[in-house]
Design a protein around this ligand. Sequence first.
Ligand code: ATP
Ligand code: MG
Length: 368
Amino acid sequence: MILHSVALEWFRNYEGITVEFAPGVNVIYGENAQGKTNLLEGIGYLSTASSHRARYDRELIQFGRDHAFLKGALSARGREFVLEARLHRGGRRQLFSNGVRLKRAAELSGVLTTVLFCPEDLDLIRAGAAERRRFLDGCISQLRPRYGEALAEYRRLYEHKTRILRDYGEKPDLLDTLEEFNVQMARAGAVLIHYRAHFVKRLREVTPVIHREFSGGREVLELRYETVKNIPDPEASPRELLPLLLEHQNSHRRAELETRQCLSGPHKDDLEVLIDGVSAKTFASQGQTRTAALSLKLASREIIQQDTGEWPVLLLDDVLSELDAKRQEFVLRRITGGQVFITCCGDMGISALEGGRTFRIQEGKIVS
Ligand code: ATP
Ligand code: MG
């Protein structure tokens, strides 16, 4: 998978740029606050129709403007694609693939696949389960359109059920619809659990190998998928999972009505990370946290390659500067193969190694 070029207009601090990239390593360097991360964010948006750091699309539109346009040209699976995103302040965004308007973001799945690693990814290890679910959801959505659809459906139902539980005191009629929501949620939830379990199985094969090598052979990393408690085998088919989910919902029905919260379902799933047998979330050092987070990301990149036969585009934001020389070298060795974008404050001489290109960014412009 190769991203040939990107054009951004009124996106973050870019008034209007068009950039042609190298198929290997692209180093994007410049001083702080010049637009390096914004460029990776733009590429990420074309891939997933979401930003890794903006909660709302309107944050991506340049201050004082009402629209932002993003366009990317790429080759994937032997075909050429032009992806476009048009963001409007106060309006719905529009996505296009080869000129055809997409109805849902899930339709982007498998077009421009990317794996992003940024400083915030330390939260992948340290923060609550939501961050790890986000990681799983992001990876699996890119591989399986059906997953993205089930996820969107599950979220919609979850919000609705949450409102029912919150408001049924004043409007007891709402409870009439609860059962229907439960069944639909269990259906979508069974799909999520099935796919998550299979993805984690692959992660468990690939990540520990990367982590061991990355840590100089010193550390052992383990992963565990935690889901709804009464499920003995989350890898089972959605059809087999469904009755178990319904049973779990039933046993939590009273508690849900009392606490007025949605207590049963995969929205509470977690991916537990252990280093040398203890919880990384609680005990890992800075360096261990960074190594484990990066190992997970590199593993997801390799799984996508195994699954699709193509390397996803790797976006490394501010990663190398934080690593010692040995670990930098490990990363650079591990990422040969696909197209890579690396941001850093100085041109670290990486592109020369890989025969790639360097771009210097200043105030939202490419200056060399
Ligand atoms: P660092 O090295 O510190 O990570 P960077 O080059 O990655 O810096 P970016 O995160 O890309 O910097 O941000 C560059 C600038 O973009 C910031 O000064 C920020 O104020 C500006 N910016 C962010 N959002 C918008 C927006 N919607 N409109 C205009 N400018 C914006
Ligand atoms: Mg940055």
